[in-house]
Design a protein around this ligand. Structure first.
Ligand code: GDP
Ligand code: MN
Length: 389
Protein backbone atom coordinates (compact mmCIF):
# COMPACT_ATOMS: atom_id res chain seq x y z
CA UNK A 1 0.00 0.00 0.00
CA UNK A 2 1.16 3.50 -0.84
CA UNK A 3 0.42 6.77 0.94
CA UNK A 4 0.59 10.42 -0.06
CA UNK A 5 3.64 12.63 0.36
CA UNK A 6 2.04 14.70 3.12
CA UNK A 7 1.15 11.55 5.07
CA UNK A 8 4.66 10.14 4.67
CA UNK A 9 6.16 13.45 5.79
CA UNK A 10 4.02 13.58 8.87
CA UNK A 11 5.06 10.04 9.76
CA UNK A 12 8.74 10.83 9.14
CA UNK A 13 8.50 14.01 11.21
CA UNK A 14 7.28 11.99 14.17
CA UNK A 15 10.49 9.93 13.91
CA UNK A 16 12.71 12.99 13.90
CA UNK A 17 13.32 13.36 10.16
CA UNK A 18 13.41 17.09 9.31
CA UNK A 19 10.66 18.01 6.82
CA UNK A 20 9.29 21.46 5.88
CA UNK A 21 6.20 22.69 7.74
CA UNK A 22 3.08 22.04 5.69
CA UNK A 23 -0.64 21.34 5.62
CA UNK A 24 -2.90 19.38 3.31
CA UNK A 25 -5.76 21.22 1.55
CA UNK A 26 -8.78 19.93 -0.34
CA UNK A 27 -10.06 23.32 -1.59
CA UNK A 28 -8.48 26.59 -2.78
CA UNK A 29 -9.78 28.38 0.36
CA UNK A 30 -8.16 25.79 2.61
CA UNK A 31 -4.97 26.30 0.62
CA UNK A 32 -5.17 30.06 1.14
CA UNK A 33 -5.67 29.69 4.88
CA UNK A 34 -2.85 27.18 5.16
CA UNK A 35 -0.53 29.54 3.27
CA UNK A 36 -1.51 32.37 5.60
CA UNK A 37 -0.68 30.27 8.66
CA UNK A 38 2.66 29.20 7.18
CA UNK A 39 3.49 32.76 6.14
CA UNK A 40 5.75 33.89 3.29
CA UNK A 41 6.55 31.89 0.17
CA UNK A 42 4.87 28.48 -0.11
CA UNK A 43 4.97 25.52 -2.49
CA UNK A 44 1.70 23.97 -3.72
CA UNK A 45 2.20 20.29 -4.44
CA UNK A 46 -0.32 17.95 -6.10
CA UNK A 47 -0.86 14.85 -3.96
CA UNK A 48 -1.06 11.76 -6.14
CA UNK A 49 0.59 8.37 -5.72
CA UNK A 50 3.12 9.05 -8.49
CA UNK A 51 6.29 11.06 -8.95
CA UNK A 52 7.44 13.41 -11.68
CA UNK A 53 4.78 15.91 -10.67
CA UNK A 54 6.89 19.02 -11.18
CA UNK A 55 7.30 18.60 -14.92
CA UNK A 56 3.58 17.97 -15.34
CA UNK A 57 2.66 21.28 -13.67
CA UNK A 58 1.72 19.73 -10.34
CA UNK A 59 4.19 21.78 -8.27
CA UNK A 60 4.09 25.58 -8.09
CA UNK A 61 5.72 28.20 -5.91
CA UNK A 62 3.48 31.01 -4.58
CA UNK A 63 4.68 34.29 -3.11
CA UNK A 64 1.68 34.79 -0.85
CA UNK A 65 -1.65 33.36 0.31
CA UNK A 66 -3.74 34.66 -2.57
CA UNK A 67 -1.30 33.27 -5.14
CA UNK A 68 -1.42 29.98 -3.24
CA UNK A 69 -5.19 30.00 -3.61
CA UNK A 70 -4.89 30.63 -7.37
CA UNK A 71 -2.40 27.80 -7.88
CA UNK A 72 -4.49 25.46 -5.73
CA UNK A 73 -7.50 26.29 -7.93
CA UNK A 74 -5.39 25.37 -10.96
CA UNK A 75 -3.97 22.13 -9.56
CA UNK A 76 -7.00 20.75 -7.70
CA UNK A 77 -9.20 18.94 -10.20
CA UNK A 78 -6.53 18.76 -12.87
CA UNK A 79 -5.61 15.45 -14.45
CA UNK A 80 -1.90 15.26 -13.90
CA UNK A 81 0.08 13.25 -16.42
CA UNK A 82 3.62 12.29 -15.42
CA UNK A 83 6.00 9.54 -16.59
CA UNK A 84 4.75 7.49 -13.62
CA UNK A 85 0.98 7.92 -14.04
CA UNK A 86 0.67 6.50 -17.54
CA UNK A 87 -1.05 8.41 -20.35
CA UNK A 88 -4.44 8.52 -18.57
CA UNK A 89 -2.97 10.59 -15.73
CA UNK A 90 -4.37 11.02 -12.22
CA UNK A 91 -7.04 13.39 -10.95
CA UNK A 92 -5.68 15.66 -8.22
CA UNK A 93 -7.99 15.87 -5.19
CA UNK A 94 -5.60 17.15 -2.52
CA UNK A 95 -2.65 19.51 -2.41
CA UNK A 96 0.13 19.95 0.11
CA UNK A 97 0.85 23.55 1.05
CA UNK A 98 4.36 23.76 2.37
CA UNK A 99 6.83 26.47 3.33
CA UNK A 100 9.17 27.05 0.38
CA UNK A 101 12.76 26.03 0.93
CA UNK A 102 15.87 27.58 -0.66
CA UNK A 103 18.14 24.72 -1.64
CA UNK A 104 21.88 24.43 -2.28
CA UNK A 105 22.13 20.78 -3.25
CA UNK A 106 19.75 17.88 -3.93
CA UNK A 107 20.33 14.17 -3.28
CA UNK A 108 18.47 10.90 -3.46
CA UNK A 109 18.12 8.71 -0.36
CA UNK A 110 16.04 5.56 -0.13
CA UNK A 111 15.65 2.56 2.14
CA UNK A 112 14.17 -0.65 0.86
CA UNK A 113 14.09 -4.39 1.31
CA UNK A 114 16.51 -6.17 -1.00
CA UNK A 115 14.94 -9.59 -1.37
CA UNK A 116 18.00 -11.12 -3.00
CA UNK A 117 20.29 -10.01 -0.20
CA UNK A 118 17.59 -10.68 2.40
CA UNK A 119 18.49 -7.36 3.98
CA UNK A 120 17.45 -3.79 4.36
CA UNK A 121 19.55 -1.61 2.12
CA UNK A 122 20.06 2.14 1.84
CA UNK A 123 20.53 3.64 -1.62
CA UNK A 124 21.89 7.14 -2.16
CA UNK A 125 22.89 9.26 -5.11
CA UNK A 126 24.10 12.80 -5.70
CA UNK A 127 21.63 13.02 -8.61
CA UNK A 128 18.77 14.35 -6.48
CA UNK A 129 15.39 14.90 -8.06
CA UNK A 130 16.07 12.33 -10.78
CA UNK A 131 14.22 9.01 -10.74
CA UNK A 132 16.64 6.45 -9.34
CA UNK A 133 15.75 4.02 -12.18
CA UNK A 134 17.04 6.58 -14.69
CA UNK A 135 20.26 7.09 -12.74
CA UNK A 136 20.69 3.31 -12.52
CA UNK A 137 20.25 2.99 -16.28
CA UNK A 138 22.45 5.91 -17.36
CA UNK A 139 25.14 6.19 -14.67
CA UNK A 140 25.03 3.18 -12.35
CA UNK A 141 28.40 4.15 -10.83
CA UNK A 142 26.70 7.16 -9.23
CA UNK A 143 24.54 4.96 -7.03
CA UNK A 144 25.77 4.23 -3.52
CA UNK A 145 24.47 1.18 -1.71
CA UNK A 146 24.87 0.09 1.92
CA UNK A 147 23.33 -3.01 3.45
CA UNK A 148 22.24 -3.06 7.09
CA UNK A 149 23.46 -5.89 9.24
CA UNK A 150 20.33 -7.89 10.12
CA UNK A 151 21.36 -8.31 13.76
CA UNK A 152 22.91 -4.93 14.48
CA UNK A 153 20.35 -3.02 12.39
CA UNK A 154 21.10 0.52 11.29
CA UNK A 155 24.52 1.72 12.48
CA UNK A 156 25.79 5.32 12.33
CA UNK A 157 28.82 4.32 10.23
CA UNK A 158 26.44 3.46 7.37
CA UNK A 159 25.15 7.05 7.33
CA UNK A 160 28.69 8.45 7.54
CA UNK A 161 29.84 6.26 4.67
CA UNK A 162 26.97 7.42 2.48
CA UNK A 163 27.51 11.05 3.52
CA UNK A 164 31.18 10.85 2.47
CA UNK A 165 30.17 9.18 -0.78
CA UNK A 166 27.74 12.01 -1.51
CA UNK A 167 30.45 14.58 -0.81
CA UNK A 168 28.80 16.00 2.30
CA UNK A 169 31.12 17.99 4.52
CA UNK A 170 31.95 17.13 8.16
CA UNK A 171 29.37 19.62 9.44
CA UNK A 172 26.57 17.50 7.90
CA UNK A 173 27.60 14.11 9.28
CA UNK A 174 25.65 14.35 12.51
CA UNK A 175 22.54 15.51 10.69
CA UNK A 176 22.83 12.62 8.22
CA UNK A 177 23.17 10.08 11.03
CA UNK A 178 20.15 11.51 12.83
CA UNK A 179 18.06 11.66 9.67
CA UNK A 180 18.90 8.12 8.58
CA UNK A 181 18.33 6.78 12.04
CA UNK A 182 14.84 8.34 12.08
CA UNK A 183 14.12 7.15 8.56
CA UNK A 184 15.13 3.59 9.43
CA UNK A 185 13.03 3.60 12.59
CA UNK A 186 10.00 4.78 10.62
CA UNK A 187 10.72 2.13 7.99
CA UNK A 188 10.98 -0.84 10.32
CA UNK A 189 8.26 0.23 12.76
CA UNK A 190 5.75 0.55 9.92
CA UNK A 191 6.78 -2.62 8.05
CA UNK A 192 7.55 -0.50 5.01
CA UNK A 193 8.99 -1.98 1.84
CA UNK A 194 10.21 1.38 0.57
CA UNK A 195 10.94 4.80 2.09
CA UNK A 196 12.28 7.26 -0.43
CA UNK A 197 13.42 10.86 -0.02
CA UNK A 198 13.95 12.44 -3.43
CA UNK A 199 15.20 15.06 -3.14
CA UNK A 200 16.95 15.18 0.19
CA UNK A 201 18.33 18.72 0.22
CA UNK A 202 20.82 20.97 1.90
CA UNK A 203 19.01 24.24 2.42
CA UNK A 204 20.53 27.68 1.94
CA UNK A 205 20.88 27.72 5.73
CA UNK A 206 22.92 24.50 5.62
CA UNK A 207 20.27 22.17 7.01
CA UNK A 208 19.51 18.67 5.77
CA UNK A 209 15.77 18.43 4.93
CA UNK A 210 13.49 15.87 3.26
CA UNK A 211 11.80 17.87 0.49
CA UNK A 212 9.82 14.91 -0.83
CA UNK A 213 8.80 11.61 0.76
CA UNK A 214 7.35 8.42 -0.55
CA UNK A 215 6.49 5.32 1.46
CA UNK A 216 5.17 1.92 0.46
CA UNK A 217 4.09 -0.67 3.02
CA UNK A 218 4.01 -4.44 3.00
CA UNK A 219 0.33 -5.33 2.54
CA UNK A 220 0.83 -8.55 4.47
CA UNK A 221 1.78 -6.56 7.57
CA UNK A 222 -1.06 -4.04 7.41
CA UNK A 223 -3.21 -6.12 9.74
CA UNK A 224 -1.05 -4.89 12.61
CA UNK A 225 -1.06 -1.22 11.59
CA UNK A 226 -4.54 0.21 12.03
CA UNK A 227 -3.10 3.75 11.84
CA UNK A 228 -1.51 3.11 8.44
CA UNK A 229 -4.59 1.36 7.05
CA UNK A 230 -6.51 4.56 7.78
CA UNK A 231 -4.21 6.47 5.41
CA UNK A 232 -5.29 4.37 2.44
CA UNK A 233 -6.67 6.47 -0.44
CA UNK A 234 -8.71 4.20 -2.68
CA UNK A 235 -9.10 6.99 -5.26
CA UNK A 236 -5.44 6.39 -6.09
CA UNK A 237 -5.87 2.68 -6.68
CA UNK A 238 -7.07 0.77 -9.75
CA UNK A 239 -10.88 0.43 -9.23
CA UNK A 240 -10.97 -3.22 -10.32
CA UNK A 241 -8.10 -4.02 -7.94
CA UNK A 242 -9.95 -2.37 -5.05
CA UNK A 243 -13.04 -4.42 -5.86
CA UNK A 244 -11.04 -7.65 -6.17
CA UNK A 245 -9.30 -7.10 -2.84
CA UNK A 246 -12.75 -6.75 -1.26
CA UNK A 247 -13.47 -10.34 -2.36
CA UNK A 248 -10.10 -11.60 -1.11
CA UNK A 249 -8.78 -12.00 -4.65
CA UNK A 250 -5.23 -11.30 -5.72
CA UNK A 251 -5.81 -9.26 -8.90
CA UNK A 252 -3.38 -6.89 -10.59
CA UNK A 253 -4.32 -5.07 -13.75
CA UNK A 254 -1.75 -5.12 -16.57
CA UNK A 255 -1.51 -3.62 -20.04
CA UNK A 256 -2.30 -6.57 -22.35
CA UNK A 257 -5.53 -8.04 -23.74
CA UNK A 258 -5.57 -11.66 -22.55
CA UNK A 259 -7.53 -12.03 -19.32
CA UNK A 260 -6.18 -14.76 -17.03
CA UNK A 261 -7.96 -16.65 -14.30
CA UNK A 262 -5.59 -19.00 -12.53
CA UNK A 263 -5.28 -20.67 -9.15
CA UNK A 264 -1.99 -20.29 -7.34
CA UNK A 265 0.50 -17.47 -7.77
CA UNK A 266 3.16 -19.75 -9.30
CA UNK A 267 0.80 -21.13 -11.91
CA UNK A 268 -0.45 -17.59 -12.60
CA UNK A 269 3.11 -16.40 -13.25
CA UNK A 270 3.82 -19.41 -15.48
CA UNK A 271 0.60 -18.74 -17.39
CA UNK A 272 1.58 -15.13 -17.99
CA UNK A 273 4.99 -16.28 -19.25
CA UNK A 274 3.39 -18.73 -21.68
CA UNK A 275 1.05 -16.06 -23.00
CA UNK A 276 4.05 -13.84 -23.70
CA UNK A 277 5.93 -16.75 -25.29
CA UNK A 278 2.95 -17.30 -27.58
CA UNK A 279 3.27 -13.67 -28.66
CA UNK A 280 0.46 -12.21 -26.52
CA UNK A 281 0.21 -9.92 -23.53
CA UNK A 282 -1.66 -10.70 -20.30
CA UNK A 283 -4.33 -8.19 -19.27
CA UNK A 284 -3.97 -9.08 -15.63
CA UNK A 285 -2.50 -11.26 -12.95
CA UNK A 286 -5.20 -13.10 -11.05
CA UNK A 287 -4.72 -15.74 -8.43
CA UNK A 288 -8.10 -16.93 -7.19
CA UNK A 289 -6.26 -18.74 -4.43
CA UNK A 290 -6.17 -22.30 -3.25
CA UNK A 291 -9.43 -22.40 -1.35
CA UNK A 292 -11.66 -20.07 -3.34
CA UNK A 293 -15.43 -20.58 -3.21
CA UNK A 294 -17.62 -20.71 -6.32
CA UNK A 295 -18.81 -17.23 -5.37
CA UNK A 296 -15.26 -15.86 -5.34
CA UNK A 297 -14.54 -17.48 -8.69
CA UNK A 298 -17.71 -15.89 -10.06
CA UNK A 299 -16.65 -12.44 -8.82
CA UNK A 300 -13.16 -12.99 -10.22
CA UNK A 301 -14.51 -13.87 -13.66
CA UNK A 302 -16.82 -10.85 -13.68
CA UNK A 303 -14.00 -8.49 -12.68
CA UNK A 304 -11.83 -9.91 -15.46
CA UNK A 305 -14.50 -9.37 -18.06
CA UNK A 306 -15.24 -5.82 -16.99
CA UNK A 307 -11.77 -4.74 -18.13
CA UNK A 308 -12.57 -3.33 -21.58
CA UNK A 309 -9.15 -4.23 -22.97
CA UNK A 310 -9.75 -7.97 -22.47
CA UNK A 311 -10.25 -9.60 -25.88
CA UNK A 312 -10.03 -13.26 -24.79
CA UNK A 313 -9.87 -15.12 -21.49
CA UNK A 314 -7.78 -18.06 -20.38
CA UNK A 315 -9.02 -20.09 -17.45
CA UNK A 316 -6.11 -22.21 -16.31
CA UNK A 317 -6.86 -24.28 -13.24
CA UNK A 318 -4.94 -27.09 -11.66
CA UNK A 319 -7.28 -28.70 -9.18
CA UNK A 320 -5.33 -29.56 -6.08
CA UNK A 321 -6.91 -28.12 -2.99
CA UNK A 322 -9.07 -26.12 -5.38
CA UNK A 323 -11.57 -28.43 -7.06
CA UNK A 324 -12.31 -28.11 -10.78
CA UNK A 325 -16.07 -28.42 -10.25
CA UNK A 326 -16.03 -25.45 -7.84
CA UNK A 327 -14.26 -23.34 -10.46
CA UNK A 328 -16.69 -24.44 -13.15
CA UNK A 329 -19.67 -23.63 -10.91
CA UNK A 330 -18.24 -20.15 -10.28
CA UNK A 331 -17.75 -19.53 -13.99
CA UNK A 332 -21.31 -20.68 -14.72
CA UNK A 333 -22.64 -18.32 -12.04
CA UNK A 334 -20.74 -15.44 -13.60
CA UNK A 335 -22.00 -16.32 -17.07
CA UNK A 336 -25.54 -16.24 -15.71
CA UNK A 337 -25.00 -12.71 -14.37
CA UNK A 338 -23.30 -11.17 -17.35
CA UNK A 339 -23.07 -11.72 -21.05
CA UNK A 340 -19.73 -13.14 -22.14
CA UNK A 341 -18.89 -11.75 -25.56
CA UNK A 342 -15.18 -12.62 -25.69
CA UNK A 343 -13.81 -16.09 -26.49
CA UNK A 344 -12.81 -18.23 -23.51
CA UNK A 345 -10.16 -20.94 -23.45
CA UNK A 346 -10.30 -23.44 -20.62
CA UNK A 347 -7.57 -25.69 -19.38
CA UNK A 348 -8.65 -27.76 -16.39
CA UNK A 349 -6.70 -30.57 -14.75
CA UNK A 350 -6.74 -32.32 -11.41
CA UNK A 351 -9.32 -32.97 -8.73
CA UNK A 352 -12.88 -33.45 -10.08
CA UNK A 353 -11.82 -32.47 -13.60
CA UNK A 354 -14.55 -34.54 -15.34
CA UNK A 355 -17.24 -32.98 -13.18
CA UNK A 356 -15.81 -29.54 -13.93
CA UNK A 357 -15.79 -30.12 -17.69
CA UNK A 358 -19.35 -31.44 -17.58
CA UNK A 359 -20.58 -28.34 -15.70
CA UNK A 360 -18.88 -26.05 -18.23
CA UNK A 361 -20.26 -27.97 -21.21
CA UNK A 362 -23.79 -27.66 -19.85
CA UNK A 363 -23.39 -23.95 -19.08
CA UNK A 364 -24.04 -22.65 -22.57
CA UNK A 365 -20.70 -20.83 -22.43
CA UNK A 366 -18.98 -21.12 -25.79
CA UNK A 367 -15.44 -22.09 -24.89
CA UNK A 368 -12.40 -23.70 -26.45
CA UNK A 369 -10.65 -26.54 -24.66
CA UNK A 370 -6.92 -26.21 -24.19
CA UNK A 371 -5.00 -29.48 -24.00
CA UNK A 372 -2.06 -28.53 -21.82
CA UNK A 373 -0.82 -25.06 -20.90
CA UNK A 374 1.18 -24.35 -24.03
CA UNK A 375 -1.74 -25.25 -26.29
CA UNK A 376 -4.16 -23.18 -24.19
CA UNK A 377 -1.85 -20.16 -24.31
CA UNK A 378 -1.40 -20.40 -28.08
CA UNK A 379 -5.17 -20.68 -28.59
CA UNK A 380 -6.08 -17.75 -26.36
CA UNK A 381 -3.46 -15.49 -27.96
CA UNK A 382 -4.80 -16.31 -31.43
CA UNK A 383 -8.37 -15.68 -30.32
CA UNK A 384 -7.42 -12.35 -28.74
CA UNK A 385 -6.06 -11.31 -32.15
CA UNK A 386 -9.35 -12.25 -33.76
CA UNK A 387 -7.80 -15.30 -35.45
CA UNK A 388 -9.07 -18.86 -35.33
CA UNK A 389 -6.76 -21.04 -33.22
P1 GDP B 1 8.21 14.75 -7.80
O1 GDP B 1 8.84 15.30 -9.05
O2 GDP B 1 6.78 14.33 -8.03
O3 GDP B 1 9.01 13.67 -7.17
O4 GDP B 1 8.11 15.97 -6.76
P2 GDP B 1 9.18 16.53 -5.71
O5 GDP B 1 8.51 16.78 -4.45
O6 GDP B 1 10.39 15.69 -5.67
O7 GDP B 1 9.53 17.95 -6.35
C1 GDP B 1 10.17 18.08 -7.60
C2 GDP B 1 11.21 19.19 -7.53
O8 GDP B 1 10.59 20.40 -7.17
C3 GDP B 1 12.29 18.96 -6.50
O9 GDP B 1 13.35 18.18 -6.99
C4 GDP B 1 12.72 20.36 -6.19
O10 GDP B 1 13.74 20.77 -7.09
C5 GDP B 1 11.49 21.20 -6.43
N1 GDP B 1 10.87 21.62 -5.15
C6 GDP B 1 9.88 21.02 -4.47
N2 GDP B 1 9.61 21.70 -3.33
C7 GDP B 1 10.46 22.74 -3.29
C8 GDP B 1 10.73 23.82 -2.38
O11 GDP B 1 10.12 24.00 -1.34
N3 GDP B 1 11.70 24.68 -2.73
C9 GDP B 1 12.42 24.55 -3.86
N4 GDP B 1 13.38 25.41 -4.13
N5 GDP B 1 12.23 23.56 -4.72
C10 GDP B 1 11.26 22.68 -4.46
MN1 MN C 1 10.47 13.54 -5.78
Amino acid sequence: MKIHEYQAKSMLRSYGVPVPRGEVAYTPIEARNAAKRLGGKVVIKAQIHAGGRGKGGGIQVARNASEAEQFAKQILGMTLVTPQTGPKGKLVRRVLIEEAVETQREFYLGILVDRTAGRIVAIASAEGGMAIEEVAAATPEKILREEFDPIAGFQPYVARKLAFGLGLGPDHLKAMVRLMSGLTKAFTASDASLAEINPLVITAGGELVALDAKMTFDDNALFRHQDIRELRDQDEEEPLEVEASGFGLNYIKLEGNVGCMVNGAGLAMATMDLIQLAGGRPANFLDVGGGASAEQVSHAFQILLRDASVKAVLINIFGGIMRCDVVATGVVEAVRRMEVTVPVVVRLEGTNVEEGRRILEQSGLNFTVGTGMRDAAAKVVALARGERP
